[in-house]
Design a protein around this ligand. Structure first.
Ligand SMILES: O=C(O)CCC(=O)C(=O)O
Length: 288
């Protein structure tokens, strides 16, 4: 997908609004544009002097005045999905110990099948951010579903953002995962644990993870539930069903009650997609 003039205009307005070149670059990358397209948009949109600073990102950061460095965690705990729960197809599974919700039939069978085919074409063995040394933590295969490679994912990203109420420019690229019998994702949090190398590497630059939005694309023949250990709840995969949870407390601190596992698949395959939102981004954090 070539970058459009409209996206160049969007890039210009982000920069004018106070976002740094680095933040805008990341937002474009996470919308699925290639490095070449991102460079083209930034070069066209940024004033010449600012664009030159691209070669020295630290200098660009130091001179910038971004208004989007930290999120309002109280507001993040009450996005549209939470405000709508009860009056919509959103089911509240837990509220106090952790904010955990489910939405049946979020995607149609056809959308799920399209995603499964994309994952089958792209997937490679998973890497876990903090556990690269421990390859047995996550034994599934994974891939990034970038919209320039899979344009239909754009409308799925929009549906996620509109339902949850958080902008895609505050989220990571949608990830696909494929588990075969015996494969699993052992207990872990989705947030970056403060004080770890992983936190320094990811949260300090791109922001802490806030909400997780995960969708089951099929139902394995046996096993493969998602187990939340602290509340002892296992959610069984159901085609098209989304589950989502807030990884943080209203204070912005990580919520340890969100630790969860993808239980071993016992028979058949399991496919899911996951979108992680962050506490830093560009543009408006909320869609509604
Ligand atoms: O496969 C699952 O049910 C959980 C996946 C998961 O834990 C993750 O992607 O963070």
């Amino acid at each position: 997908m070539a970058i459009s003039e409209e996206r160049v205009k969007w890039t210009r307005s982000e920069l004018k609004g106070g976002a740094t070149i680095e933040e805008t670059r990341r937002a474009l990358e996470e919308q699925g544009f290639t490095a070449k397209d991102v460079k083209y948009a930034l070069k066209k949109a940024a004033p010449r002097a600012d664009y030159k600073k691209l070669a020295k990102p630290e200098a660009a950061q130091a001179g910038s005045k971004s208004s989007y460095l930290h999120a309002d965690y109280r507001a993040l705990a009450e996005p549209k999905l939470v405000r709508d729960a009860g009056n919509s197809n959103v089911t509240t599974l837990f509220e106090d110990e952790l904010q955990l919700y489910a939405i049946r039939n979020f995607l149609s069978a056809r959308q799920c099948e399209q995603l499964v085919n994309a994952i089958k074409g792209d997937a490679h063995p998973s890497k876990v951010d903090s556990y690269d040394q421990q390859s047995d933590m996550r034994s599934s295969r994974t891939c990034s579903l970038r919209i320039h490679e899979h344009p239909f994912v754009g409308s799925i990203n929009t549906a996620i953002a509109n339902t949850l109420g958080l902008s895609n420019t505050w989220a990571e690229v949608t990830q696909g995962q494929w588990y075969e019998p015996g494969q699993q994702y052992k207990p872990h949090p989705d947030y970056f644990v403060p004080g770890t190398a992983e936190y320094d590497r990811f949260a300090k630059t791109g922001g802490q993870r806030t909400w997780t939005f995960m969708i089951y694309l099929n139902q394995p023949e046996a096993g493969g539930g998602t187990h939340f250990l602290k509340v002892d709840e296992t959610i069984l995969p159901e085609q098209g069903m989304a589950i989502c949870w807030n990884n943080l407390l209203r204070s912005g601190a990580p919520n340890p009650n969100t630790v969860h596992a993808g239980l071993p698949v016992e028979a058949g395959s399991k496919f899911i997609i996951t979108k992680w939102f962050r506490d830093r981004g560009t543009g408006q954090p909320f869609t509604a």
